[in-house]
Ligand binder design. Sequence first.
Ligand code: DX5
Ligand code: ZN
Length: 231
Amino acid sequence: MKKINKKSFAKNGSSKLIAPSLLSADFANLAKEVKEVEEAGADWLHIDVMDGHFVPNLTIGPLVVEALNPITKLPLDCHLMVAEPEKWVSAFAKAGASIITVHAEATHHLDRLIHQIREAGCKVGVSINPATPVSVLSEVLAQVDLVLVMSVNPGFGGQKFIPSTLKKISELAEIRRKNDLTFVIEIDGGVSAKNITAISDAGCDVFVAGSSVFGEADRKKAIQVLRKGLK
Ligand code: DX5
Ligand code: ZN
C-alpha cells in the first residue's frame, strides 16, 4: 500500500497538488492513461467510485483499483460516492487505496467510519456535497487527513464549477489555521485554468481535474497550464 507522507504533499517544490480524475480517461485504455498522466507530472490519481444509489452513475470498483495499483507510483485517491461506505472500506484498502474519502451525507456514523478507514491503513478523507455546510464536519476535522469540497453535484465529469462552494474552502482554511489543524483541503468538480487561481487563493491544496486533464490531448501541457495558475 502506498502511504502518503508530508514529502508527497510537497512534491514539485509546492504544497499544491494536481490530482487528475480517472473518470474522464479513456476506459478502454486505463493503464496507458494512468501512465501518461504520471509521466505528465500528476501528483495523485483521483478515482471516482459511484454506486448508482448515492449518485446517479456507476463507475469503478475495487477490482479496477487493484489492477491499477501495481502499474503506478501515484497515490491512489479513492473518492467513494456510495451509499453504506462502511461496506467498502476494507475492499478498497486491500485493493491499494492510499486515501479513502467518504461523504458525510452517506453515513449515520461518520466518526466510526473515520476510525474504520484509519484502522484499514489508509489516509482518511471526508467530503461534502455543494448543499452541505462545513459545519457538519466540525466534530471530526481534528481526526481527518483531508477534506474534499465538492464543487459540482457528484455523479459526472465535465460539469460547471459552482461558485458558492469557494467560500467553503476559505472557511476550512480559516478553521485549520485557528485550530492548528493539519488536514489537506481538496476541491473536486469543474476545476479549470480559469478558476484554479481563485480556488488556490482561497486556501485549497489539492485540485482534482477530470476533463481539464484527460479531456486534453496533451496531458503534460494540460497539467502545466493548471500548475501555472497555482500559488
Ligand atoms: C464528480 C467527480 C469528479 C469528476 C471531476 O462526481 O467526483 O472527480 O471526475 O470531473 P471534472 O474535473 O471534469 O469536473
Ligand atoms: Zn471525485
